[in-house]
Design a protein around this ligand. Structure first.
Ligand code: SF4
Ligand code: SF4
Length: 162
């Protein structure tokens, strides 16, 4: 992989959690601002088409509206999608049935980009408001997305109250 992410281990998960919880002490406005700025900065140098990690390593949760949009866009029926491309996970959510994603090309382009799932369009979520409320996503994605891994490294240097 061209870009690095945090190595997934119990120790690193605890470390990332502590970094995020520490930075959240700044308050949601300042914390969100730091994450949003980190997002802008990270994607100045990171090219998703040289990465593809999110599409390769895990599936988005697929909503009914996503399935309907993908079916309409691809010409597949909902039944075809459900039998050929989609499965239900242990939480009862629809996800793609393989990783890498069945719609990911070898060139790392998404072949259904115009009608991709909402969760794909929003990933890695670091440009959203109210980051304190979704900091579990920030933590999780440090092990998937190099942009988030970079943001976590920036947050590591935050020392609220000093
Ligand atoms: S639908 Fe497209 S953006 Fe979403 S995981 Fe698959 S290839 Fe990636
Ligand atoms: S969103 Fe993150 S993990 Fe996905 S392709 Fe872009 S840099 Fe890689």
């Amino acid at each position: 992989m061209k870009y690095s992410v945090h190595t997934d281990s119990a120790e690193n998960r605890q470390k990332v959690h502590d970094i995020v919880e520490n930075a959240k002490q700044l308050g949601d406005e300042a914390f969100t601002s730091l994450v949003n700025q980190g997002h802008e900065e990270a994607f100045k140098s990171i090219d998703c088409l040289s990465c593809g990690n999110c599409c390769s390593k895990h599936s988005p949760i697929l909503l009914q509206s996503d399935l309907e949009r993908i079916a309409k866009g691809t010409g597949l029926s909902i039944t075809q999608l459900l039998t050929e491309k989609v499965e239900m996970d242990e939480d009862g959510d629809f996800i793609f049935n393989q990783q890498p994603c069945p719609f990911l090309g070898e060139d790392l382009y998404c072949s259904i980009y115009e009608f991709r799932p909402d969760a794909c369009a929003e990933f890695p979520h670091s440009d959203r408001k109210s980051q304190s409320e979704i900091s579990d996503l920030l933590e999780e994605n440090a092990f998937v997305c190099p942009a988030i891994s970079q943001i976590i490294k920036t947050l590591e240097n935050i020392h609220p109250g000093i």
